[in-house]
Structure formats: C-alpha cells, structure tokens
Design a protein around this ligand. Structure first.
Ligand code: IYR
Length: 328
C-alpha cells in the first residue's frame, strides 16, 4: 500500500485533498497528532483514531498524542488532579494497543497551554472569534446542556495546539471537524498556517445501529472488557443479514455496526480474517479484504452469527494487550 492509500484509507474526509497529496509525496518525518480528553481506559472511539495513527506511522509519519488535560477540565470532566492521573494511565494503553513507542511523543496539554505566549495568542484568537462560531464548533463535543465560557475557549485552544505542537496534520473523528474548520479560518489572523486535517468516520451504536457509538451512552467496547463481555456485546449487536436494514420507527437510517467494526477496526490491523464454520455449514471462510466479507454477508453466504463469532475473536485479540496492561 502506498503512502497516499495508507493516509487516506477509511477516512471520512480530508481537508484538503491537495494538501494531503503534498504530505503523501514526502511523508518521511512529517508529524501528525490526535488530542484526547484523558479517560484512563481506551474505548473503541479512541481505537479508531489510533488505527489511523498506526497507518500514518507505517507511511513514515511521526506521531504526537496530546493528552488534553486542560481541555477535559474545561469540558467539565472532573478535578484537575483526577484528570492528570487518568492521563498517565492512558499513555500505556495506547502503547499496548499498538502505537509504535519509538515514534510516538506523548504531550500533556498543561505542559505548554499555560505558558505566557500561548495565553496571549489565545486571547488574540478570542478577539477574532464570535461566541456563536465557537459554540457551533463545540456542538458535537461539549458535555452538558448550558454553554459555559469554558466551552468557547476550548475550540480556540484546540486550534492553537496545532501550531504549538508543530504538526503537519491534525487527525480526529468527524465530531472534531468544525473545530478544525475554525482553526483554518482563525489561525491566519495570528500569522499561522491554516492546518491540514483528516477525519475518521463515526461508528453507529453497536446495539442499535443508530446514532454514534459513544462511551457515555449505548453499547461500546473498552479495554476493560473481558472476552466474555466482548462476546456478549457482539452477540447482541444489530446485524441485519441483508443490505437493506429495517428502518427505525422514526424513519432514520440504520448502519450495520458489525460491518463497520470489521471495516474500521479489524481489517486495518490484520492481513486476513478467518471466519470459523463447522464443515457441515461449508467450513471456514477466509477474507483478505473487507469488501468480500461485506458482499458475503449481504448475499447470505455468510451468516450474521458466524460473522459475529469472528468479530468477537478479532476484537479480543486487539484488546487483550491493553487488558493485560490494566491488570498489571
Ligand atoms: N476535542 C477532543 C480533544 C482535543 C483534541 C485536540 I486535536 C486538541 O488539540 C485538544 C483537545 C475531544 O473531543 O476529545
């Protein structure tokens, strides 16, 4: 797979395509980053952007993981001391998950976001941004209903992190896109380049196929899950046997989260996937590519129960090192 393919595979969007092509032409030593509000234990949402960081490392990039302790504090996630403690646990989880340790720099937000220069630049961005724009940027990130001043500061700090960390590429889930668009608009006002960004897709809730999988609601997978937990969550997952999933009562679209987890979590990390089946049901199936598995599920060649059995097995393999690390 060439650098451009590694960078863009499974991305929901890149901004802009031309800027990504320039990075792909000479990826060696370029730096990409993702910021995470510390939560201690990795869940499947973290794993999705981490898979992209692993792709980028394979393409020649260096990677920064920002443990965004000040952002978590601004987003009302607990006392600063608690957040700092969980940030430390998170680092080891990312390494256990498969980020290349020799090529990953972990940075705490509070290591640079409280410096004088950063603070003055932040105030300059505050002068350039309306409250309405900051609020819009946070629509899919903020916790809590009422808008606090802290939530207007948050996206401006996230924008400023990009030049302060000296990164060439900002990576995040689609819920981060409005912050990155804000960054493109406001950073030139303080003589900084508009950043290039890449966004990963949102995965539907495992149980229902609706909305997005999240750690706070619905069913998710985390590094704390035992093999039995994974088996039971995957077994209960929504997985219609054909390409035409049942509509919801409100007519909203439903995704097939079992297929999405195969596509975004399993195939990027394994060269081939084996679905075990007893001989009387046709024996094992081997897949080198996600599309073939999807086609077989949709044609009925692959039964949802067999697909789920394989999914639990591969998810368990991805999670086992992190689970082990948590037990130490
Ligand atoms: N907004 C992210 C956390 C975050 C991301 C980046 I990229 C930053 O520079 C700072 C914070 C979240 O929702 O988890």
């Amino acid at each position: 797979m060439d650098a451009h393919e590694l960078i863009t595979r499974n991305a929901a969007e890149v901004v802009t395509e031309a800027e990504i092509e320039a990075l792909a032409d000479d990826p060696e030593g370029k730096r990409a980053y993702v910021g995470y509000e510390p939560s201690g234990v990795l869940h499947i949402g973290h794993m999705l952007t981490a898979n992209k960081l692993i792709d980028l490392q394979e393409a020649g990039f260096e990677v920064t993981v920002l443990l965004a302790d000040v952002h978590a504090y601004l987003n009302d996630k607990g006392s600063f001391e608690e957040i700092r403690h969980t940030a430390e646990r998170m680092r080891d989880q990312f390494i256990a998950y498969g980020l290349d340790e020799s090529n990953t720099q972990f940075v705490l937000g509070s290591d640079f976001q409280l410096d004088d220069d950063y603070t003055l630049d932040l105030h300059a961005l505050e002068l350039e941004t309306t409250l309405a724009r900051a609020e819009r940027a946070m629509a899919e990130i903020s916790s809590g209903d009422s808008v606090k001043v802290s939530q207007a500061v948050y996206p401006l700090m996230q924008a400023l992190d990009i030049p302060y960390l000296g990164v060439d590429l900002a990576v995040g889930g689609m819920e981060q896109r409005k912050v990155h668009m804000l960054a493109r608009d406001v950073l030139p006002s303080i003589d900084r380049e508009p950043p290039t960004s890449l966004h990963t897709p949102l995965i539907a809730d495992l149980g229902t196929g609706r909305g997005k999988m999240s750690s706070s609601e619905g069913v998710t997978i985390s590094m704390e899950d035992s093999r039995e937990d994974i088996e039971s969550k995957v077994n209960d997952a929504y997985c219609p046997p054909t390409a035409d999933p049942e509509p919801t009562d409100d007519g909203a679209e439903r995704e097939n989260p079992v297929l999405q987890v195969f596509e975004y979590h399993v195939f990027p990390r394994f060269d081939a996937v084996t679905v075990e089946r007893p001989e009387e049901y046709g024996g094992n199936l081997e897949y080198d590519a996600y599309d073939d598995l999807e086609a077989d599920l949709e044609s009925g060649e692959l039964h949802p129960a067999d697909a789920k059995g394989a999914l639990a097995e591969y998810l368990d393999r991805l999670i086992a090192p992190g689970r082990q690390q948590l037990a130490e």
